[in-house]
Every structure is written in C-alpha cells, then in structure tokens.
Design a protein around this ligand. Structure first.
Ligand SMILES: [Zn+2]
Length: 317
C-alpha cells in the first residue's frame, strides 16, 4: 500500500526570533533532501486543512484555545512582522496560529486517509512541533499537541478502541502524557534524556505510560537495548489499531540540543522496528508520524528522510 507525506507550505510561515533553534529552515532542509533522494517520486504528497476547533478541543481546554486566539488577534493588529513571546521560549507571529492548526490538521488528515485504507504510512512534515503542549498551555516551542489531536480524532471520530504513541524525541513528551494521563486507550511510550528539559514529573504510576529515562551520554546500544526490553512486548500486548510516532531527531550526536549520542542508524533502527510491529499486529492499520524536534539541519534532513523510507517500507529505494 502506498505511503504519503503531508507537508503544508504554510508551516514555514511560523516565525521565531533570530537565533531560535525551531526555525523555518528545519522544514526546507528536509524538503531539499527529499528531492535529492528522489523519494518524493515514490511517495504521494497530500494536502490538509487546518484542524477545526472541535478537533483541537478534544486535546486542549477552551481556555488554552481562547488564549492563543487572543494573542493571534493582537498580532493581526500590529504592522510588519511582529513576534510575540508566549513564555520566553515559545513564540507566535501573525501566521503562527494558522501554521499550528495546519500542523494538527495534518495528523487528523493522516488518520482519515489511513482508516480509509488509502495509505499504510503517512509522515506529517510540520511545525510548530507538538509534544510539549499540554491540555492547558503551550510550551517548549509547541502550541497544539499535534499527535494527541490526531490520536483523539482516531478514538472519538472513528471509534477506535486502542492506539499507541511512541515518542523518541530526546525530550520527554510531557504534553502527550498530560493529555492521556487518565486515558488507558492510549499506550504512551516516551524515551528521553533525564534529568533534562522539560523537568515535569515522569515517575507517574500508570500502566499505560511507559517512561524511559536515559542519561546524557546515552549511545545507540543502550538506547536500543532499553527500548527493546521495555516497549515492544507492551505494544504488542496493547494491540493498537494505529501506531503514532512523535519523531524527534534532537538526540543525534551532531545535535547540540542534548547530550545523547545517537547516530543515523539508531533512528533508522527504531523506525524499521515500528514499521515491523505495525505489520505484525493484526489489528494495526498503519503508522502516522509527526515531526517534533531536531535542530542540526544536516542530521535532521538525513534522519527524517531515512525515517520516512523506513515507515514506508522503501528502505531499498
Ligand atoms: Zn526535543
């Protein structure tokens, strides 16, 4: 079955201050690598609409949406290209809210397409990222929790019973944990550097939340061994009808955002393993992955393209 990418051009219009790591070039560098690899010829490129308020409000409070709408209104009243701080690290520009709604809408569209049996894997090439956004607040460069909005669309609009979210960004997916803390329909697996940003509680006593803290200096063998021992069996037992991935590449040794020392082959390994799991679990209808972190452009571009190939089962391409 074919694979697809959803890459809304307007996600590049979310602007941040000079020197901020979560910058528009993160998307264009991956697009360049897709073209030079020729992978764009083997994979469909799909359009998306912005997520609706109803879809956003499955994951977020009305107060959170109201606050972002209010900031957006203020931004529309200023001239030129103002950039407003939300919390000192998360920013909004006049087109940020639209970009964020498209980023969430991409994951919603991916769910619709996979459940219509049109595709087996879809990568959402989006920004702002999502996994730090909690029910009531934006944080860590994230405005809406894209992957959570997609997972809730699968559960609430399509009536799925169980999904899994695997988060291999180097930072803990605190927002996703916050949204699904009391929702055992969602098995949430997050591997992250610890102790490290966002410093929110990770020792939660929930059977459906598998937090895997790994110290600074973590290398591929330690990463693979721990994930193999703690996640795969639990994911099989959960029998997810969809596997979602929060794909962050900021644990790469070339990325100075963190102290992890992963390399290209480690990201390829986890992506291949997840695709094999999705093929092996009879109930699983496919994989939906959304971009989270990754700030060193060459490693981000290489690892993202390898990740898309792996989940599309096109590694020989
Ligand atoms: Zn990250």
């Amino acid at each position: 079955m074919p694979a697809a990418i959803i890459s809304p051009a307007a996600c590049e219009q979310h602007l941040v201050p000079q020197g901020h790591p979560e910058r528009p070039k993160r998307l264009s560098c991956v697009n360049d690598q897709l073209l030079s690899s020729g992978l764009n010829l083997a994979i469909d490129m799909l359009d998306t609409e912005a997520a609706s308020d109803e879809q956003l409000l499955r994951a977020h409070s009305q107060a959170h949406l109201d606050k972002l709408n209010q900031l957006d209104e203020q931004l529309q009243q200023y001239g030129s290209q103002p950039i407003m701080s939300y919390d000192g690290e998360t920013f909004l520009s006049p087109k940020s809210l639209n970009a964020a709604k498209l980023a969430a809408g991409a994951v919603v569209t991916a769910v619709d397409k996979i459940l219509a049996k049109k595709y087996r894997s879809i990568f959402c090439h989006v920004r702002p990222p999502g996994h730090h956004a909690e029910r009531d607040r934006a944080m860590g460069f994230c405005l809406f929790n894209n992957i959570a909005i997609g997972a809730l669309h699968a559960l609430e609009a399509h009536g799925l019973k169980r999904v899994a979210i695997v988060d291999f960004d180097v930072h803990h997916g605190n927002g996703t944990q916050d949204i699904f803390l009391d929702d055992p329909r969602v098995l949430f697996c997050s591997a992250f550097q610890h102790p490290f940003y966002p410093y929110t509680p990770t020792d939660v006593d929930r059977a459906h939340i598998l937090n895997l803290p790994l110290a600074s200096g973590c290398r591929g063998d330690e990463f693979r061994e721990n994930i193999h021992d703690t996640w795969w069996q639990k994911i099989r037992a959960h029998k997810p009808q969809l596997i979602f991935i929060s794909a962050g590449f900021d644990g790469h040794a070339d990325d100075d955002m963190s102290g992890w020392l992963l390399n290209d082959s480690d990201y390829d390994w986890i992506s291949q393993q997840l695709r094999q799991l999705s093929d092996e679990i009879p109930q699983c209808k496919g994989i939906i992955s959304a971009l989270e972190g990754g700030y060193e452009l060459p490693s981000l571009a290489r690892c993202t393209v390898a990740h898309i190939k792996a989940i599309a089962n096109l590694s020989g391409f």
